[in-house]
Design a protein around this ligand. Structure first.
Ligand code: PEP
Ligand code: MG
Length: 585
C-alpha cells in the first residue's frame, strides 16, 4: 500500500481501478512496401475504416445520451468525412503509387489538407482541418492491432491517472460516464480541466507529482479528494476506513441539499444571490436542484469546441432558448466563446509563442467575425423569455466594446428585418479579468449594463502567475493585497456608475474567499453548482456586520499569508462551525 498526497480540487471519496492515461500520440513512420503488399495494405485500411465508423456511431449515441442532441454534430461531421470516398481514394492512391504503408499515406494526405485549409483565413476552414485530423488519427489508431486505449471501451468505472489532460480531452472522457475520479501529476486549481471535474461532480486531486509512476494499470485505488490523497492497493482495514468516510461524506452532501431552499440571507438579513456556472447545455437541467437561482456564467466555448466550431445559428438559438425558458424567471448569462489559451484545439490554432497574451476570445472573433456574429445573433434571437444576458470575455480596451456594439446593432437589424427579434434587448456585460479593463469602468455607464469578475484570470494577469502551472501555484493567491485592492476598486467604481457586479471565478465557490468577497460588499456569486449548498451554509451562518468589520482590517497587512491567517482565525473565533466539513472528515 502507498499513500500519494495531492491537492484536493474537486471533493468526493471513491474507490475503483486505476487507468493510466497517456494522451501523447505515437510516432508514425514511413515504411516502403512491395507491389504484392498493396492489396493487404488496402484491406487493412478498409478494416480500419469500418472499425472507425462503428466507433463514431457508438460515441455519437453515448454523447447524445449524456450531453444532448447538439453534441451529435461533432461526430456526424467526422462520420461524413469517412463516407466521402474522395478522401479515402486519395489515401489508397498514395499507397499504390508511392508504395508506402497505410499509416504514412494517411499522414501525407492529412498534411496536404491541413496546408490547404490553414492557408484560408476563414476560421470555418480551420474547423474542417481539425475534423480531418481527428478522424484520421482515429483511423491510424485503428490500423494498430488491438487499437488504442479508449475510455469509452472500458467496462466498469475507472479512476484516471494522468500527467495532465487538456480540457477538451477531459470533456470527452467525462462524457463517457465511466470516469469515477481523476488523479493528475500536474494541473492548476483554476484550470478548465479541474473546473469541468467540479461541475460534473467527479472527485479529483492534482499536483501529485509522480502518481503516474507509482500507479499501475488496474491497481485498486482509494481516492480521497476531501483530504487530498490517493491510496494505492489499500489494505482491507484502510478500505473499511475509507468506506465509512465515504458514507459520512454522502450523508453530509445530502444534508447540504436541504439548505438549497433556504432564503439567501445572512443572519442579520443581508441579501446575497447564488448562481451556477455551466459548461455544457445539459448541466442547466440540474442546477436548480442544487439551489442555484439562475445561471451566472454559461461558458459556451466548450459547446463550440465540442461541435468542432460548426454549430449553426439555429442550433444555438434552440439551445439558448430552451435553457432560458427552463431557468426562467431567473437570469441566464451567456458568455460568448472564450477560446484560446488552454481552451483550444492545438491542431486548430496557429501556435503562438505566448497564448495567454495572444489571440483569444473577443480578440480572435473581432478578427474572424463570422462565428461571433452567428453566436450574438442566436443569443439575441433566443431572448424570448426576456431573461438572457450576454457577456463578453477578455476585454482589454474600449475599442473592443465599441466594435462589439456595432456588431450587435447589425445583428439586431438583421433579426428585425427577418421578423425574429424578440421584444427585449439583451443586457450587455463584460468580464473584468484583464486588470486594464478595471480602469475603463467609469467610462462605461452608457455602454455596459453589468460586470462579471473572472477572478481566475484577473489573478493570473494581475500577479503574472500562470493559473495552470503547479510550479507557481503558491503565488496564485486571492489574498494578495493587490487582488483585494483591485476587487475593492471594482466594487467602488461599479457602484458609482450604478451597475451590478457578479463574481464568477473559482473564488466565489471557496468558503473563506467567498466570505472575504461578501465582506468586501459583493452580493452576486456564480460558481460550480456543487459548491452552492456549502457556500449557502456558510453565508447563512454569519452576520454581515461582523464580516464587514473583519474584512475592513485586511488593509493592515502586506502579505497574503497574514491576510489569510487573520481572516480565517477571526472568523473561526466567532463561528467555530464554519469548518464543519474539515472537522467531520
Ligand atoms: C475567470 O477567468 O475567472 C472565469 C470565470 O473565466 P474562465 O475560468 O472560463 O477563464
Ligand atoms: Mg477567464
Amino acid at each position: 500500500m502507498i499513500r500519494i498526497k495531492g491537492k484536493a480540487v474537486s471533493p468526493g471519496i471513491v474507490m475503483g481501478k486505476a487507468m493510466l492515461y497517456n494522451s501523447t500520440q505515437d510516432v508514425i513512420r514511413s515504411e516502403k512496401i512491395n507491389e504484392k503488399a498493396i492489396e493487404k495494405e488496402i484491406w487493412r485500411l478498409d478494416n480500419a475504416v469500418k472499425k472507425t465508423q462503428a466507433q463514431l456511431k457508438k460515441i455519437n449515441r453515448d454523447l447524445q445520451k449524456v450531453m444532448g442532441r447538439d453534441s451529435a454534430l461533432i461526430i456526424e461531421t467526422q462520420y461524413m468525412l469517412l463516407k466521402d470516398s474522395h478522401l479515402l481514394d486519395e489515401i489508397k492512391t498514395k499507397i499504390k503509387s508511392n508504395l508506402i504503408n497505410a499509416e504514412w499515406a494517411i499522414k501525407e494526405t492529412e498534411k496536404k489538407y491541413l496546408q490547404i485549409f490553414n492557408s484560408i483565413p476563414d476560421l470555418s476552414f480551420k474547423t474542417k482541418s481539425n475534423d480531418i485530423s481527428d478522424v484520421l488519427s482515429r483511423l491510424v489508431d485503428n490500423l494498430k492491432k488491438g487499437g488504442k486505449f479508449s475510455l469509452a471501451s472500458q467496462s466498469g468505472q475507472v479512476i484516471l491517472v494522468a500527467d495532465d489532460i487538456t480540457p477538451s480531452e477531459a470533456a470527452k472522457l467525462m462524457s463517457h460516464n465511466n470516469l469515477l475520479g481523476l488523479v493528475l501529476n500536474k494541473g492548476g486549481e483554476t484550470s478548465h480541466t479541474v473546473i469541468l471535474a467540479r461541475t460534473m461532480g467527479i472527485p479529483a486531486i492534482m499536483d501529485t507529482v509522480n502518481a503516474t509512476e507509482a500507479v499501475a494499470n488496474g491497481d485498486q485505488l482509494a481516492l480521497d479528494s476531501v483530504s487530498g490523497e490517493v491510496i494505492v492497493q489499500p489494505t482491507p482495514a484502510v478500505i473499511a476506513e475509507i468506506s465509512v468516510k465515504s458514507e459520512k461524506y454522502q450523508i453530509y452532501r445530502e444534508q447540504l441539499k436541504t439548505l438549497s431552499q433556504l432564503p439567501e440571507l445572512t443572519r442579520d438579513h443581508h441579501q446575497f444571490h447564488l448562481h451556477a456556472n455551466i459548461e455544457l447545455p445539459f448541466e442547466s437541467e440540474m442546477v436548480q436542484a442544487y439551489g442555484a437561482k439562475g445561471i451566472g456564467l454559461f461558458r459556451t466555448e466548450f459547446m463550440y469546441l465540442d461541435s468542432r466550431m460548426s454549430i449553426s445559428e439555429e442550433e444555438q438559438y434552440l439551445i439558448y432558448k430552451s435553457i432560458a425558458q427552463n431557468i426562467f424567471p431567473h437570469p441566464l448569462v451567456i458568455r460568448t466563446y472564450d477560446i484560446g489559451r488552454d481552451k483550444s484545439d492545438i491542431s486548430l490554432m496557429n501556435r503562438e509563442e505566448n497564448p495567454s497574451l495572444g489571440l483569444m476570445a473577443v480578440r480572435m472573433f473581432l478578427k474572424h467575425r463570422e462565428p461571433f456574429k452567428i453566436q450574438i445573433k442566436a443569443i439575441q434571437r433566443a431572448n424570448i423569455s426576456g431573461n438572457i444576458k450576454i457577456l463578453f470575455p477578455m476585454i482589454t480596451e474600449i475599442e473592443e466594446i465599441h466594435a462589439i456594439k456595432t456588431i450587435m446593432a447589425e445583428t439586431r437589424e438583421e433579426l428585425l428585418s427577418e421578423g425574429t427579434y424578440p421584444k427585449k434587448d439583451v443586457p450587455v456585460g463584460i468580464m473584468l479579468e484583464i486588470p486594464a479593463a478595471v480602469r475603463l469602468i467609469k467610462h462605461l455607464k452608457d455602454d455596459i449594463d453589468f460586470f462579471s469578475i473572472g477572478t481566475n484570470d484577473l489573478i493570473q494577469y494581475l500577479l503574472a502567475v500562470d493559473r495552470n502551472n503547479s510550479e507557481v501555484s503558491y503565488l496564485f493567491s486571492p489574498f494578495h493585497p493587490a487582488v483585494i485592492h483591485i476587487l475593492k476598486e471594482i466594487r467602488q467604481e461599479a457602484t458609482r456608475i450604478g451597475k451590478e457586479v457578479t463574481i464568477c471565478g473559482e473564488m466565489a465557490g471557496k468558503c473563506f474567499q467567498a466570505l472575504m468577497l461578501l465582506g468586501l460588499g459583493f452580493t452576486n456569486f456564480s460558481m460550480n453548482a456543487m459548491a452552492i449548498a456549502e457556500i449557502k451554509r456558510v453565508f447563512t451562518q454569519i452576520h454581515y456586520s461582523h464580516l464587514k468589520k473583519i474584512v475592513s482590517q485586511l488593509d493592515r497587512f502586506s502579505s497574503r499569508s497574514e491576510i489569510e491567517e487573520y481572516l480565517t482565525e477571526s472568523l473561526l473565533k466567532l463561528y467555530p462551525d464554519l469548518l464543519i466539513r474539515q472537522r467531520l472528515f
